[in-house]
Design a binder for this molecule. Structure first.
Ligand SMILES: *Cc1c(COP(=O)(O)O)cnc(C)c1O
Length: 384
């Protein structure tokens, strides 16, 4: 038997026993405990069994893509008590197609014209404190960002080219204009409003709150707190804008969003993840996270010179979170080296942080992993 035959046989065996394969190991990749949060670089969140089952189910049959999106859009709208919805390619994709829908309406000639916005409304007004990297999703359409500070500036900036007003929920406390005033300004001037709530579940109420508040469009990430497919998202709101947004998405091809495809597997996965999320015992989950954070905090604090702070960010990643700090003249390791030691250890643990602190959340962990994290944190600090 020649070597190529052996390897062909080995390959066949591997394909026949997929559950036995450790794909990441085969590729030479280390997996890790996610003590950081829902970071794209760390592949977001983990899908529950029901979600991966829906994805596997979807992979075995053909359906008409538009009909699937129609049905799932209706179902999500019903679940979230809003006019209409669609599964997008992440919150970022929701922003691009949402704005494209606002700019072009149901005019397919305009749809194929983008990203050339000649003759179309092409300005999006954003508060300066909200003008973060993700506004790139908006300029992908060909539109440009007009940055303002006060409500007065915003009204002055409105002109015949203003397409939309965009609000970043995560930075609610940094801008001068409240969400309610923002919506009111949009209504006063007849301009649609969009709120980016990508990382804003929990609380679960946020899935309902902003469409009810009057925002015309609302975007959530599918693969953050909802734990759906990491490359999926939700666009919620007014039917006329979402139907228009869909004109930019596959199967249609002469469009800016042909590459933002969401196929049946992710559509089903997103729907099931949302159903699961809505049905969860949110209070119990919160209590679990609090206990996990306290365990890690107590473990870290038991080392002399170490201080901890438990906090909950008010908007975005609104979960019990831990900051660990220490006096580096007593505990002789830098924050970066501590994070590296956690990453390089067994098992590998990913955290967040800066020169001042190491940051930990537990909501993306499998229950039980908090004990490993608590032990490793203490071990490294003690031995520093
Ligand atoms: C994560 C995030 C996005 C991008 O969301 P995806 O679902 O990854 O496309 C956009 N805006 C904000 C504020 C985010 O936190």
């Amino acid at each position: 038997m020649g070597p190529s035959l052996i390897s062909a046989k080995a390959t066949e065996e591997l394909v026949l026993k997929p559950a036995a394969r450790d794909y990441f190991k085969e590729l030479g990749l280390r997996t890790f405990i996610n003590a950081a949060g829902t970071y794209t670089s760390m592949t977001g969140s983990l899908m529950q069994k029901e979600v991966t089952e829906a994805i596997t189910y979807g992979a075995t049959e053909y359906v008409n893509l538009d009909e699937l999106h129609d049905k799932v859009g209706e179902r999500i709208a019903e679940l979230l008590e809003c006019e209409y919805a669609t599964v997008s390619s992440g919150a970022f994709g929701a922003m691009t197609i949402g704005l494209a829908g606002v700019i072009c309406g149901m005019d397919t000639k305009k749809v194929s014209q983008l990203p050339d916005t000649t003759g179309l409304k092409n300005e999006v007004i954003v508060q300066e404190a909200h003008d973060i990297a993700y506004t790139h999703a908006l300029i992908n359409t060909g539109a440009k960002i007009v940055s303002v500070k006060s409500a007065k500036d915003l009204e002055k900036a409105i002109n015949k080219n203003t397409a939309m007003l965009w609000y970043l929920n995560a930075n609610t406390d940094l801008g001068e204009i409240s969400r309610e005033d923002f919506v009111a300004l949009g209504k006063k001037h007849g301009i649609p409003t969009f709120i980016d709530c990508a990382a804003d579940v929990p609380p679960v109420e946020n899935l309902f709150k902003f469409t009810k508040m009057g925002f015309d469009l609302v975007a959530f990430s599918g693969g953050k707190g909802i734990r759906g497919p990491q490359s999926a998202g939700l666009l919620l709101g007014k039917r006329k804008y979402i139907e228009a947004a869909r004109l930019h998405t596959p199967p249609r091809g002469t469009t800016i969003a042909r590459g933002m495809k969401v196929n049946k597997e992710e559509v089903l996965g997103m729907l099931v993840a949302l159903e699961l999320y809505l049905g969860r015992d949110h209070e119990k989950e919160w209590e679990l996270w609090e206990n996990q954070i306290k365990l890690i905090s107590d473990s870290a604090k038991s080392v002399k010179g170490v201080e901890t702070e438990i906090h909950v960010p008010p908007h975005a990643n609104h979960v019990p979170s831990l900051k660990i700090k220490w006096d580096e003249s007593i505990v002789k390791i830098s924050k970066d080296d501590m994070r590296k030691a956690l990453r390089d250890g067994h098992p590998s643990i990913e955290t967040v942080g800066n020169k001042e602190e190491v940051g930990i959340t537990t909501w993306m962990m499998d229950p039980g992993q908090e004990r490993i994290v608590a032990r490793r944190v203490k071990e490294i600090l003690e031995n520093a």
